[in-house]
Design a protein around this ligand. Structure first.
Ligand code: 2HG
Ligand code: ZN
Length: 485
């Protein structure tokens, strides 16, 4: 396991009197202290860290949340904001010393308003992303943020981490989908920035500070989200490509023919697909024989008569002629479309039964993906023979999950002890290509120490000054995002 101790002076335990005062605000339902009830909130989604806290608070409203934060701030007790607790970087898990109050947004889960004429929707932080997608659909619209974990992740969490997902190349990251925010600040004040304006040039754009801050600057309690027109023609193809460079040439070809219709362009290697086929019941290989590299393409349009199937068929025929596609299938029904997407979305879970997985959520310029993949595979294989690279992800926007499955037969703990060595090797290559060590999963506890190595000049100092200005007592999500010091 990666070793990420809290580099702070010892912190005092949470005073029992504070817990009593919090209980008066949120009631018994909102104040969990039973070990069984709080256990799920102590462990990060990846199972890398198990923390401890004497209480998990679940306010039912912004007013309750603000009062809880005010009480903690008054008592100088550190707080850990938590959404769906599905952070891939342990951004929402308390440390092991039991000195923090976990504040979960789970009960703040109302859709406050849907405004199809303004193409916006106002949701509270605890709304599951899938519920927002469903509410948008009922209004004849689309909430375009979509990823494998969207049935667990919640609005506050995806905005706090600026999540990406499968449709970034068309609709942007989470922060691009936000018009306004409501935030409980670290002293308990509420900033009501729930404006739903498309144009609003009124000074510094504060909402963007809280997105990507992973709860270190306050707790996002609600957001006005942008909607898009609901697609009525959606086509999905699953293609075998001879190599990663061909995948990119296929992307360029598609962009030239039908760029605005591309809503996803995802990469999978055979190894990852073979794990899905092996471990996920009900999955089958959609192509006749095995291939080393695959892409999943989705085209979509709000026009029911967009003829995307014909367009996709013509593009793929051209790609076959050019040697960019070896084999392909286009889904002929909703069920087939879902089955093809399942192969991609199960990629993460399918790695778990194979033992330890070291994850690199990296991005490089799209054009650099083939070189990055070749160099990174060679480097890790040379450093640890038998290691099994499992690259997949959002190649259309340059974000590759360069995951590394442990060698067969190696002890899991021994493999996980290689975490930093493997990640450093990969990151050195990412850096050479002008990429990022954290593309869409955030920094959390896992990568806080790395940030300092990657940000030079005034950047870290500026971040620290912003942190000090908004959270002068430094109580929000200590030890996450910003490197210690
Ligand atoms: C995905 O794209 C997620 O499926 C998870 O971002 C990636 O498990 C991972 O590394
Ligand atoms: Zn991803």
């Amino acid at each position: 396991m990666p070793d990420r101790p809290l580099e702070l002076p010892p912190r005092p335990p949470v005073p029992p009197a504070l817990i009593g005062r919090i209980r008066q605000v949120v009631g018994d339902r909102g104040c969990l202290t039973e070990p069984q009830a709080i256990a799920p909130h102590m462990k990060d989604w990846r199972g890398l860290f198990v923390g401890r806290a004497p209480v998990v608070v679940k306010p039912a409203s912004t007013a309750e949340c603000a009062e809880v934060v005010r009480l903690c701030a008054e008592a100088r007790v550190p707080m850990v904001p938590q959404g769906g607790n599905s952070s891939m970087a342990a951004g929402a898990t308390p440390f092991e010393d039991g000195a923090e109050v976990v504040i979960s947004t789970a009960r703040m889960n109302r859709i406050r308003a849907v405004d199809p004429a303004n193409m916006s929707l106002t949701a509270e932080a605890g709304c599951i992303v899938k519920a927002v997608q469903d509410a948008a659909e009922q209004a004849g619209c689309l909430f375009p943020l979509s990823f494998g974990g969207d049935g667990t992740a919640v609005v506050g969490g995806v905005l706090s981490t600026n999540a990406g997902g499968n449709n970034t190349l068309r609709y942007g990251n989470a922060r691009d989908l936000v018009l306004g925010l409501e935030v409980v600040l670290p002293d308990g004040q509420v900033w009501d920035g729930l404006r739903s304006l498309r144009k609003d040039n009124t000074g510094y754009c504060l909402r963007h500070l809280f997105m990507g801050a992973e709860g270190t600057l306050g707790i996002i309690t609600a957001a006005v989200l942008k909607l898009a027109p609901r697609p009525r023609d959606v086509q999905v193809a699953f293609c075998a490509v001879p190599d990663v460079a061909a995948a990119l040439r296929l992307l360029t070809l598609l962009q030239g023919r039908d760029g605005p219709s591309i809503s996803a362009f995802e990469y999978m290697a055979r190894f990852g697909l073979s794990l899905v086929l092996k471990h996920v019941p009900g999955t089958t290989d959609p192509l006749a024989g095995p291939h080393e590299h695959y892409v999943l393409i989705e085209l979509s349009s709000p026009r029911p008569d967009a003829h995307l199937k014909e367009s996709l068929e013509a593009a793929l025929a051209e790609a076959v002629e050019q040697g960019l596609v070896a084999d392909a299938v286009i889904a002929a029904s909703d069920a087939q479309r879902a089955a093809l997407w399942k192969l991609r979305e199960e990629m993460s879970d399918a790695q778990k039964p194979e033992g330890g997985s070291i994850k690199n959520d990296i991005s490089v310029p799209v054009s650099a993906v083939p070189a990055f993949m070749a160099e990174a595979s060679a480097a890790v294989t040379a450093a640890l023979p038998g290691i099994r690279p499992c690259p997949f992800g959002h190649v259309g926007d340059g974000n590759i999950h360069f995951n590394l499955t442990q060698p067969e037969g190696m002890a899991r703990d021994a493999y996980m002890a290689e975490w930093d060595r493997m990640v450093d090797l990969v990151n050195a290559i990412v850096r050479r290509h002008g990429g990022s060590f954290s593309a869409e999963h955030g920094i959390g506890r896992l990568k806080a120490h790395t940030l300092a190595e990657w940000r030079e000049g005034p950047e870290i100092a500026l971040m620290r000054r912003i942190k000090a200005a908004i959270d002068p007592a430094g109580l929000m999500n200590q030890g996450k995002v910003l490197p210690p010091g």
